[in-house]
Design a protein around this ligand. Structure first.
Ligand code: UDP
Ligand code: MG
Length: 315
């Protein structure tokens, strides 16, 4: 049997400090696997430069010149982590793909285990982290809340699985058939089905550089992961509207009764706070609906997810 070709896809955004550290590690792992005859000698580490504003591209040019096992795809501007991952999957050719972040917070030594699981017949192998010690208290709590909300809304993902995973060529080809532009990969990959397995590892902290996911980006990423997969929020707005109308109706009956029986209802303060409360709910509801309209807006335009500027070291 011929060995499968493996491409390790590494999205990079402003990673000039990290790349000189992570490239040799990934290359060594790849070479080891080639030596063990688990993967083909043509296997590659494919970096995706996601429109970095620092010297990432120069560093990549330098690295790929020195080694035939390193290659890169450079995007025309910054498209974001998920698009960079897709560029790596769609713009390079292989039998198996492993995606891993450039900071190597996810244990690259597990790639061998993933390949093993692929050889056992799995089309998708999820890397699942067993700890979150390296995250801040806030990030851990918000992440947990996010998974819980997703679960509650019926969105299936693998708990604590980030974007460190193996995908077979078949899985990637099937993914290409998804026409939607809002590709929240963690959610979509689950929809592919296929036989899958998991590999467990403790997550390390970033060795150099800083996180490219500040709070606001994380928030919009999470919102995307919900609005892109579930219409439960819209349903909640409907239910909330019904409940509030019902309460309003009861209050109406009560005030009619008071008007007939006599006696004034007190209350500037109560009226004002009720008004503010319901105004808040109305604006919030408009926001929820707006989120979905925004999704439709971007989907309808159907703009490309990424634009390739150049490819080096790839056929
Ligand atoms: N990344 C990217 N484009 C972006 C933001 C991030 O390609 O617009 C890459 C980044 O270089 C890294 C990975 O995505 O390889 C994950 O980012 P990071 O480690 O900063 O996220 P965190 O681990 O803090 O969630
Ligand atoms: Mg990271």
């Amino acid at each position: 049997m011929e060995c499968p070709k493996l491409n390790i896809v590494v999205p990079c955004y402003n990673e000039e400090e990290m790349l000189p550290k992570s490239a040799p590690v990934l290359e060594r792992i790849l070479t080891d696997l080639i030596k063990k005859e688990l993967i083909a000698p043509t296997s590659l580490v494919c970096f995706v430069n996601d429109g970095s504003r620092d010297k990432t591209l120069e560093v990549l040019k330098d690295l790929t010149k020195k080694s035939a096992r390193l290659a890169y795809v450079s995007l025309s501007r910054n498209f974001g982590h998920q698009s960079a991952l897709l560029a790596g999957l769609f713009e390079t050719k292989a039998d198996i793909y492993v995606t891993i972040d450039a900071d190597l917070q996810d244990d690259p030594e597990k790639i061998g285990e993933m390949v093993q699981k692929y050889l056992e017949g799995n089309e998708i192998v999820y890397g699942v982290r067993t700890n979150r010690d390296t995250d801040s208290w806030f990030k851990e709590k918000t992440a947990r809340l996010f998974y819980r909300i997703q679960e509650w809304m019926g969105i299936k993902t693998v708990y604590n699985a980030a974007d460190f995973r193996l995908m077979s060529k078949r899985a990637v080809e099937t993914l290409k058939g998804f026409r939607e532009k809002n590709l929240f990969l963690r959610g979509i990959i689950h929809l592919l089905g296929f036989q899958s397995a998991q590999v467990f590892y403790p997550r390390a902290s970033r060795a150099a550089g800083e996180t490219k996911y500040p709070f606001f980006k994380m928030f919009s990423f999470a919102l995307n992961g919900i609005v892109g997969f579930s219409i439960v929020p819209i349903r909640l707005v409907t239910i909330m509207g019904m409940v509030i109308s019902f309460i309003g109706f009861l209050l109406l009956l009560w005030s009619l009764y008071r008007a007939i029986v006599g006696g004034n209802m007190a209350g500037w303060a109560s009226l004002f706070s009720a008004m503010m409360f319901f105004n808040g709910i109305i604006i919030f509801s408009l926001g929820v609906i707006g989120e979905y309209i925004g999704k439709i807006f971007t989907e309808v335009k159907g703009r490309p997810l990424f634009i390739v500027d150049q490819k080096v070291g790839l056929e």
